[in-house]
Design a protein around this ligand. Structure first.
Ligand SMILES: Cc1cc2nc3c(=O)[nH]c(=O)nc-3n(C[C@H](O)[C@H](O)[C@H](O)COP(=O)(O)OP(=O)(O)OC[C@H]3O[C@@H](n4cnc5c(N)ncnc54)[C@H](O)[C@@H]3O)c2cc1C
Length: 278
C-alpha cells in the first residue's frame, strides 16, 4: 500500500462563507443626537480625515433607501472647520422623504456623507469690511453656527452680528445654547468678547424682541437695540440664509443700503443662500 493511495485530495481553499459587507467610503457613523423641539434636532457624525470644507458650506447627506440607492438632501455644515466631527442642524418634516426617517437616527447609526461641499456663504465671497451681519431664519442658522466658531470671522471683522428669527422661543434654543457656550470655547472663547452680538427674534410667541427681521431693519429697531449705525456699503457685509421669501426681501433691503450681491468668483458686500427649497 502506498502512502499516496490513502490521501484525500485537498481542494483549493474555499471562499469564506460569510460575505464581507461592502465598504462604502461615504458612510459615516452618528456620534451624537440632540432633539431641541418636536420639529428640530441636531446631530454629529464622524469626519473622514480627507473631508475638507470652508465654514458656511453645505454638503449632500442622506440615508440608503430600500432599493439601496441613496436618498440625499443638501445640508449646511454647522460645525467649524477645525472640529473632529461634523455637526448638522435639521428640521423634521413629518412626511418628508428624508427627515421622516432621519429624525429617528441614533448614536452608532450610519448616514451617507457625499464628498464635495460647496456654497456661497463663505468669507471668500465677501470683500473686506468692518462689520459682518449673519441673518438667519429657522434652520438657516446652521451655516452661521459654523462661521461663528471660526477664528477667521473675528480676525477679519471688528464686529459680528447674528440675527435669528423663528416663530417660537423654543425654536431659538439651539442658537441660544450655542452662543452661551462660545465663551468657554478653547479656540475662540477669548476672541468673541465684545465682538459678537446675538439678536434673536420671534414672530409668533411673545419674546423680548418680536417681529420679522426685515421689519425690524426697516424700522431701524435693530440698530437702535444694538447701538449700531445703519448698514452702509463701506463698512457692512452680510450673509443671509432663510426661506425664499426672507432671502428676496433681505436682498432688496441690503441693495437699498447700497450693498451688492457677491459670489465665490466675484466677491462683493453680501451673499445669500436658501435654507431649503419650497
Ligand atoms: C443649500 C441648502 C442647504 C440646506 N441646509 C439645511 C440644513 O442645514 N438643515 C435642514 O434641516 N435643511 C436644510 N436644507 C433643506 C434640506 O435639503 C431638506 O429639504 C430637508 O432636510 C427636508 O428633507 P425631506 O426629504 O424630509 O423633505 P423635502 O421633500 O426636501 O422637503 C419637504 C418640504 O419641507 C419644507 N422644508 C424642507 N426643509 C426645510 C427646512 N430646513 N426648514 C423649513 N422647512 C423645510 C419645504 O416646504 C419642502 O418643500 C437645505 C437646503 C438647501 C437647498
Amino acid at each position: 500500500m502506498t502512502y499516496h493511495s490513502t490521501m484525500t485530495k485537498i481542494d483549493a481553499p474555499q471562499q469564506p462563507l460569510v460575505k464581507k459587507p461592502t465598504v462604502r467610503p461615504d458612510l459615516q457613523t452618528v456620534t451624537e443626537v440632540t432633539h431641541w423641539t418636536e420639529s428640530l434636532f441636531s446631530f454629529r457624525i464622524t469626519r473622514p480625515s480627507s473631508f475638507r470644507f470652508r465654514a458656511g458650506e453645505f454638503v449632500m447627506i442622506g440615508l440608503p433607501q430600500d432599493d439601496g440607492k441613496p436618498l440625499l438632501r443638501a445640508y449646511s455644515i454647522a460645525a467649524p472647520t477645525w472640529d473632529d466631527t461634523l455637526e448638522f442642524y435639521s428640521i423634521k418634516v413629518q412626511d418628508g422623504p428624508l427627515t421622516s426617517r432621519l429624525q429617528h437616527i441614533k448614536q452608532g447609526d450610519q448616514i451617507i456623507l457625499r464628498p464635495k461641499p460647496v456654497g456661497t456663504l463663505v468669507h471668500d465671497a465677501l470683500l473686506p469690511g468692518k462689520r459682518l451681519w449673519f441673518f438667519a431664519t429657522g434652520t438657516g442658522i446652521a451655516p452661521f453656527a459654523s462661521l461663528i466658531r471660526e477664528p477667521q470671522t473675528y480676525e477679519d471683522y471688528d464686529q459680528v452680528i447674528l440675527t435669528h428669527t423663528c416663530r417660537n422661543r423654543a425654536d431659538l434654543e439651539y442658537g441660544r445654547s450655542l452662543i452661551a457656550g462660545l465663551k468657554d470655547d478653547p479656540l475662540i472663547g477669548d476672541m468673541i468678547d465684545g465682538q459678537l452680538e446675538y439678536y434673536p427674534t420671534t414672530t409668533r410667541e411673545n419674546s423680548p424682541c418680536m417681529g420679522r427681521i426685515t421689519t425690524l431693519l426697516q424700522q431701524g429697531k435693530v440698530f437702535e437695540d444694538l447701538s449700531l449705525p445703519a448698514i452702509t456699503a463701506e463698512h457692512d457685509r452680510a450673509m443671509v440664509c432663510g426661506s425664499m421669501g426672507l432671502n428676496t426681501d433681505l436682498k432688496s433691503i441690503l441693495e437699498n443700503y447700497g450693498l451688492r450681491e457677491g459670489a465665490n468668483s466675484d466677491p462683493a458686500e453680501f451673499v445669500v443662500e436658501k435654507a431649503f427649497v419650497g
